[in-house]
Design a protein around this ligand. Structure first.
Ligand SMILES: Cc1cc2nc3c(=O)[nH]c(=O)nc-3n(C[C@H](O)[C@H](O)[C@H](O)COP(=O)(O)OP(=O)(O)OC[C@H]3O[C@@H](n4cnc5c(N)ncnc54)[C@H](O)[C@@H]3O)c2cc1C
Length: 479
């Protein structure tokens, strides 16, 4: 047992109590298991004392109740694709993996809803819906792995966000497990009250597992569009590609997707996928429209015109489904492809008003140059949501420090133009120190009062989202 565990009064009896709830094999404390669950998709690494993998929502609740009684920190984890250190056990304690809670309980086409357990993978839901002509619009690029519980807890966005909105626009109700293990329903899951109650569901979107755990969610599903038009536009300047995005939105067109990828990413993707991408181009805009055929043709012509006016040097239309799939495969493979440039990445997700998008893209280029690092840029550009991928080699400590300084500069630049430090990846551990830059004392006090009333002992995902001063008991916790 390491010191941390002894401090928490956590011992073999504790492991047995957890095993009694989840069953043999589903409470793990072997060093290899602890290692496996010590990281998410951010650079943060923290070891839990034990990993539990409940098989039902009731078991989840029993584990929460046990943690509360003993004052053990509890971190919930879906697929661990979090990019801001939200899914690591910062204080040790119990790490609860939701991967066995992967049942799609019900798809109701009349009500256009899907009731899911929190561990259902986003793409598994899409695959279940597509044959019946439906989709769940939030489609994070991590959709092959990320869970719907994780999507709710982070309020995930995605490629279709510009037209269809983000996770919060598609959650009708939640079944929640509170810090003492009791279960409550919000929103449409609480029949009869859905139209008049305060929007309690909304509080838990983007709450990052710090207020309650999501057991099940009732999601709004949407009919699949009947036609698509997809194209790419090549630019000799990142700034001009940003101007094209602002102009498309200002024209009143709402594409399904409007994504920018920059020179570094175009080259990395071509190296990885060999799709015939224009290596050497400064930026590529991926554009998709959906809706009814004739209307789409008119919008497409308009977009082409806008792109050429903004300085596009070439435009290519996807001629068939295969071409279209290739473009989206490329966009979804961006993160992995960048592994060819440097072994590790810090992914930022600042979001700015669309009018400032071109300037912000250029500012990120300047920041990379100033700190002598490589930043590859992709963006859910139609939302003003930038994804600067700050690339580094973990064996070069000085480079990492320069990357952290670059992150801080990116946050400051986004806030200066009225943006936010996170559009979709959450605060986690990474951005806690910057919360006071974005929110006033009164706003942080307000958030702290919600945290204190829902998790008074501070066991739920301690140290995340709120700075220490605003954590229950100043972050000291019962541990
Ligand atoms: C390659 C890649 C691409 C990505 N693309 C996008 C993108 O396009 N858009 C986007 O928004 N994000 C994106 N992300 C970030 C990430 O995938 C999302 O935040 C996703 O929603 C996390 O889901 P997860 O199941 O992996 O959750 P985890 O990473 O395991 O957890 C995330 C947070 O949710 C909490 N949590 C998990 N499950 C529950 C639960 N049942 N109840 C309460 N809290 C819970 C955890 O405690 C943690 O704070 C990307 C990440 C990667 C690695």
């Amino acid at each position: 047992m390491n010191d941390q565990r002894e401090n928490g009064g956590f011992n073999q009896r504790s492991l047995k109590a957890l095993t009694d709830i989840v069953g043999r094999g589903y409470c793990r404390s072997h060093p290899i298991d602890l290692e496996l669950y010590s990281y998410d998709s951010s650079p943060f690494i923290h070891y839990p004392w034990a990993v539990v993998i409940p098989g039902t929502v009731d078991e989840m609740a029993e584990v929460v109740s046990l943690c509360r009684r003993h004052g053990w920190p509890l971190t919930c984890r879906g697929a661990g694709t979090n990019l801001s250190g939200g899914a690591v056990a910062h204080r040790g304690g119990v790490l609860m993996s939701t991967t066995r809670l992967n049942r799609i309980v019900d798809i109701d086409l009349l009500e256009e809803t899907a009731l899911v357990e929190c561990g259902v993978v986003n793409l598994d839901l899409q695959n279940a819906l597509a044959p019946v002509g439906y989709m769940f619009p939030p489609d994070p690029a991590s959709q092959k792995a990320s869970t719907l519980g994780g999507n709710v807890a982070e309020n995930a966005g995605g490629i279709k966000g510009v037209k269809y909105g983000i996770t919060k626009h598609h959650v009708l109700g939640l079944e929640l497990i509170l810090d003492d293990g009791s279960m409550v329903k919000t929103g449409k899951l609480k029949r009869g009250l859905e139209f008049n109650e305060p929007d309690l569901t909304g509080i838990f979107l983007a709450s990052e597992g710090t207020l309650a755990l999501v057991g099940r969610a009732l999601l709004k599903i949407t009919p699949l569009p009947t036609s698509y038009r997809t194209m790419s536009a090549i630019f000799d300047s990142l700034f001009k590609s940003g101007q094209a995005v602002s102009a498309i939105i200002a024209d009143g067109i709402i594409p399904t997707a409007l994504e920018i990828i920059d020179r570094t990413l175009i080259a990395a993707l071509e190296d990885y996928l060999h799709l015939g991408f224009p290596v050497g181009a400064e930026a590529m805009l991926l554009i998709e429209l959906d809706g009814l055929g004739p209307e789409l043709n008119a919008q497409l012509a308009r977009i082409k015109d806008i792109c050429f006016k903004a300085g596009a040097v070439g435009i290519e239309e996807a001629e068939n489904e295969e071409d279209r799939e290739k473009l989206w495969l490329a966009r979804r493979s961006g993160n992995g492809a960048l592994g060819r440039v440097k072994p590790a990445t810090i992914v930022q997700d600042v979001t700015v008003p669309i009018v400032h998008l071109p300037k912000m893209l250029s500012l990120v280029l300047d920041i990379a140059e100033r700190h002598r690092i490589v930043i590859a840029q992709m963006a859910h550009a139609g939302d003003g949501n930038l994804h600067p991928h700050i690339l580094f080699d973990p064996s070069d400590g000085q480079e990492y420090v320069r990357c952290l300084k670059a992150s801080a500069d990116i946050f400051a630049a986004a806030l200066k133009v009225g943006g936010t430090i996170t559009g979709e990846h959450g605060i986690g551990l990474e951005k806690v120190a910057f919360m006071s830059d974005e929110f006033t004392e009164a706003e942080l006090d307000f958030m702290a009062s919600i945290k204190a009333s829902l998790d008074p002992t501070g066991i739920l995902n301690p140290d995340k989202v709120l700075p220490k001063k605003w954590q229950p008991h100043g972050g000291k916790g019962p541990f």
